[in-house]
Write a protein that binds this ligand. Structure first.
Ligand code: OAD
Length: 236
């Protein structure tokens, strides 16, 4: 059975937590041990590109040892069952694509894509470890950077535009594993709801969005997605 109404899913680091990828905030979050200002801003990269690249090389190595979990896989199944499905993720780990999700908007870019600091070309790169370090542009030999959005940078306008459009048209939006503290991603559930969507949060912790949610699963991503999935009418 397929679902005709537009279904949009917004994910954050929490969906990958059960795969072993650390979240950013909270007790074991990356930003507890590292300062975002030193590692995830254009100024930090200008000051010390090798330090920033070591941080991203470490994250690539960590993620390359992780597998998508049941929540990632159930979202693939939901996409197959839905005629209008969009997955918007803030995650750069690539696990949704590895699981098999097709219509994915990677709002904050990808750990697995590099961009030239000079000619601005982008290309995929899955080397762990890197063949050359720090990596260089294959077209003009200038220094490459991770094709991720750093603090203080704007999101890709086309990707953001599509995210706002699908959110405005959503009938249902699942918001999974995000602290909802980073904008503009955190605005998408509000846009969806203001345009008539039913918005459901799956997160073991309360977030700034919680008070306005239509339904909440106060549990992990794997458990919450399964419980929501099992409630839908395609299940026997
Ligand atoms: P955060 O680290 O801010 O939040 C992770 C959320 O996941 C929290 O609300 C946790 O309660 C929740 N969580 C933890 N374990 C979970 C589990 N097993 N199942 C479900 N939820 C769980 O991550 P994001 O909201 O994704 O930006 O952070 C947004 C952005 O801030 C990131 O994309 C990154 C970061 O700085 C950039 O890199 C630009």
């Amino acid at each position: 059975m397929t679902v005709d109404k537009p279904l949009v899913v917004l994910t954050g680091a929490g969906i990958s937590a059960e795969s072993g990828v650390p979240t950013f905030r909270g007790q074991d979050g990356i930003w507890q041990d590292y300062r975002a200002e030193d590692l995830a801003t254009p100024i930090a990269f200008e000051r010390d590109p090798e330090l920033v690249w070591r941080f991203y090389a470490w994250r690539r190595e960590l993620v390359s040892g992780c597998q998508p979990n049941q929540a990632h896989h159930l979202l693939v199944d939901l996409e197959i069952k839905s005629s209008q499905f969009t997955l918007i993720t803030q995650n750069v780990d690539g696990l949704h694509k590895i699981a098999g999700s097709q219509n994915v908007l990677e709002l904050h870019g990808s750990l697995w894509e590099l961009q030239c600091t000079n000619c601005k070309s982008k290309w995929p790169n899955h080397d762990v470890p890197f063949a050359e370090f720090p990596p260089l542009c294959p077209f003009c030999s200038s220094l490459a950077r991770p094709a991720v959005i750093w603090f203080g940078e704007s999101l890709n306008p086309d990707t953001l535009d599509r995210a706002f459009k699908v959110s405005s048209n959503a009938a249902t939006m699942l918001v999974i594993g995000t602290s909802a503290l980073v904008h503009p991603a955190a605005q998408l559930p509000i846009i969806a709801q203001l345009n008539g969507a039913s918005v459901i949060e799956i997160n073991p912790e309360e977030t700034p969005l919680s008070s306005r949610m239509d339904e909440i699963f106060r549990t992990s991503a794997t458990e919450g997605v399964k419980r929501w999935y099992d409630q839908q009418y395609w299940v026997d």
